[in-house]
Design a protein around this ligand. Sequence first.
Ligand code: GLN
Length: 304
Amino acid sequence: MDELQVVVDRVYNRIMAEPLEGKVADYIPALACVAPDRFGIALQMLDGRLATAGDAFSPFSIQSISKLFSLVLALQTWGDELWERVGREPSGTAFNSLVLLEQENGLPRNPFINAGALAVTNAIVSRFALPDRAIIDFLGHLAGDIKLVFDDTVFRSEYVHGDRNRAIAYFLKAHGRMENPVEAVTTAYFKQCSIPMSCVDLARAGLFLATGGKTLKGNQIIGPVEARQVCSLMLTCGLYDGTGDFSFRVGWPGKSGVGGGILAVIPGRGTACVWSPPLTEKGNSVRGMRALELLARALENGEL
Ligand code: GLN
C-alpha cells in the first residue's frame, strides 16, 4: 500500500479511538442535522497521489472555507485595490464579531472574518452580474471542472437566521464601504457558504495555493506573490481567534468553516482537507485540527 495511505489510515484510526469532543454548530439550524461522528480526511499531493479515509468523498457544507475562494476571485478582478476594502491583520475576536468595526471606521480586519468576507463578496457583486454563479463556477473549475450546486436548505436556514451578518453588512454600508444593496451581498454570501463539497473536492480546489498560484493543468489562477499573500493570511487569520493555536500545532496555512471542514495548504507539496462537525468554542473542527496536527508531524518525521 502507498505510504501516504498508510499514514492517513493511521491518523484516521488514532483519532477514531479518541473521544468525540466539541459541539456541532446550531446557530444555522440546518447544520445541526449533520451526524457528529462523520469524519473524513483527504490528502492530495502535487505529484497526483491522493490518500483518503472515512467520509472523504461525502459532501458537507463548506461555510467559511468559501471565503478563501471568494477572496481569490476578488483578487483576480480587483488586484491590490481590494486591500482598500479589507485589512490583513488577525482580529483576535469571534468570526461574527462587530466590536472592532465600531472602533475602526468599519474597515474589517481581514477577509476571513464575516465582516471581511462580506466586504469581499460586495466587491464581487460589483463586478459580476450573477455573483453567486461566478463564485460557484470558479470553485467547480478549481476542483477539476466539477458541477457544484447550492444547498437550498442550508441557504434558507442561514437566510432566515442571518440578522447578525445583515447587521455587519449595514454597518459597512453606514461607513460607505458597501456600494451594493445589503440584500444582494448577504444573499450571495449565504449562497457561497451553503455549497456542499467533499474533502477530496476541496483538497483539489486548493492545490493552486501550494504551487504559487497555478493549477496542475498549468492554469495561472493568481500570481505567485498573491498566492503567498493568501497563504500568509490563512496562517494568521484562517481560523479566527483560534488561528494562533492552529498555527502553533500544525504550522500550515488553513481555512476552517462551521460545517466542520478545514482546508490546509502544505506549501510546495499539496493540500489536506479534513471534516468533522463538532467544533471548539471558536468555531473550528476539534478533530479536524487534531488530524492536521498528526499529519504535520508525520510529514516532519519523513513519513509522507
Ligand atoms: N455562514 C457562516 C456565517 O456567516 C460562516 C461562518 C463560519 O463558517 N465560520 O456565520
